[in-house]
Design a protein around this ligand. Structure first.
Ligand SMILES: Cc1cc2nc3c(=O)[nH]c(=O)nc-3n(C[C@H](O)[C@H](O)[C@H](O)COP(=O)(O)O)c2cc1C
Length: 438
């Protein structure tokens, strides 16, 4: 079972930053993140992951001030570099968008991070899904979904070519013969494509992992195709078991046509837990968390992700199915999760607003019940592990690590020590050969 933590500064719940345990004013304090990363490592999690978008929200600020998503966050790769020395075994992953960053910059950033961490870097390849980001980069809105993915595919291939600039043993540092590197082991990157034309090479040695681990979270057709071809970790959504099973077999079923082995891709289902000694206690904690943000703020978040206004609907009635737009241009995964709540679960708008945790299944339960759920999803091949989205950071993460991880270990379904030194070794991923040496 692979476990990762999605670390939003204060947690996934909209009011988490107001929780008495939340250290809201430490959001720019690297010592705070070190403590959280060390906590994750104590729980033997495979990956500490930071989501990102390159933009602040510019409208509805009186609403966003109550629930500040990405309004004050550090640039994630820089932050991960600062966490490298405070951790030694856990993988460190971050999002960088292929819509707004050049392949050279991405390759250099993650190659450097992989060296700094001794082979623990992972890149979440996203196409971005909000127009605030587009406007920071000279566009009025995001390019259409298909175009974003075509660019992502080309960008990713080019990033990998840059990582293959040097053979692993290219740098010999032979003082006697005055040979710093072996020129035969340098491979120029020459590329002319629809989105990028480059001639060059990366000015840093090949990353210790060969290639940092590739993560994706797309749930659209193009997202799944790209993931089946290239991803090693995919964040699935916290849908119901049937939907998760269908996603799992669909995605893994696409891998053979790209010559890939199913064991080389880990699908992690989103899981957000509020744990209590009894289910009632967990529910009380959950209700307290919900009271920290007005329901309208949550309905606005639902509206954004479903790409339609829901603010005019009565709170205590189910959302009419015909409100669901025909298709999504932003986050297919989140869109599907909300559409599923409307179609399948017939929840009222208020219930949906309180339950919705962007891509994660929300659970209020005892530690044993959480472990039962996790075990059963793995057994049913709904996923290979979980992307934990703690309700409150670090409180809910600590609860999970202290209370659920030992139960999983007792049941023999979670490791009791890290296996290797690099993220690739810990996950059991094959080494990546340099395409120029094949
Ligand atoms: C756990 C999880 C983490 C995600 N992190 C990010 C992120 O950091 N930045 C981002 O723009 N999108 C993020 N996404 C959204 C997906 O990448 C998104 O679905 C994708 O950008 C849109 O592609 P799709 O239409 O193929 O789903 C995340 C999704 C999930 C489930």
């Amino acid at each position: 079972m692979v476990l990762s933590a999605l670390v939003h500064p204060h947690g996934i719940y909209k009011g988490a930053w107001r929780h008495p345990d939340a250290e809201a004013d430490r959001v720019n304090d690297v010592e705070y993140y070190k403590k959280v990363a060390q906590l994750c490592e104590r729980g033997l999690l495979d990956l500490f992951f930071i989501a990102d978008t390159p933009a602040a929200r510019t409208d509805n600020l009186d609403i966003w001030t109550r629930s500040p998503l990405f309004q004050n966050v550090m640039e994630p790769v820089t932050l991960l570099a600062a966490l490298a020395g405070a951790t030694s075994r856990i993988g460190l992953g971050a999002t960088v968008s292929t819509s707004f960053f050049e392949p050279y910059n991405i390759a250099r950033q993650f190659a450097s991070l992989d060296h700094i961490t001794g082979g623990r870097a992972a890149w979440n390849v996203v196409t971005s899904a909000n127009d605030y980001a587009a406007r920071n980069f000279g566009l009025d809105r995001l390019p259409p979904h298909g175009e974003r993915y075509a660019k992502a595919r080309e960008c990713l291939e080019l990033v990998k070519s840059y990582w293959d600039t040097w053979d692993q043993d290219a740098f010999v540092f032979d003082k006697e013969k005055a040979i710093y590197f072996d020129p035969k082991k340098f491979h120029t990157v020459d590329h002319k494509g629809a989105y990028f034309t480059v001639h060059g090479g990366l000015n840093i040695a090949r990353p210790p992992q060969g290639h940092p681990v590739i993560i994706q979270a797309g749930a659209s057709e193009s997202g799944k195709e790209l993931a089946a071809q290239t991803a090693e970790i995919v964040f699935g959504t916290g849908a119901e078991p049937e939907a998760a099973k269908a996603f799992y077999s669909d995605l893994k079923g696409r891998m053979p046509k790209f010559g890939r082995d199913e064991s080389q891709l880990f699908i992690l289902s989103g899981l957000s837990t509020v744990i209590g000694r009894t289910r009632e206690e967990a529910k009380e904690k959950f209700e307290y968390l919900q009271s920290l943000v007005p329901v309208e703020v949550k309905v606005m978040a639902l509206s954004n992700d479903l790409e339609v206004n829901l603010l005019d609907l009565p709170l205590d009635e189910p959302v009419p199915v015909d409100r669901i737009p025909a298709s999504s241009n932003l986050h297919q995964a989140y869109f599907n999760q909300i559409a599923d709540m409307i179609r399948g679960q017939k929840l009222t708008l208020r219930e949906m607003a309180n339950k919705y945790t962007r891509g994660s299944k929300a659970m209020c339960a005892t530690a044993n019940e959480v472990a039962d759920f996790m075990e059963s999803w793995i057994e049913q091949r709904c996923c290979d592990g979980f992307m934990l989205s703690p309700a409150v950071v670090p409180g809910s993460l600590k609860e999970f690590i202290d209370e659920v991880v030992p139960v999983l270990q007792e049941r023999g379904i979670y490791k009791t020590a890290y296996k290797g030194k690099t993220l690739r070794e810990n996950l059991g991923l094959y080494p990546v050969a340099n395409k120029n040496s094949l």
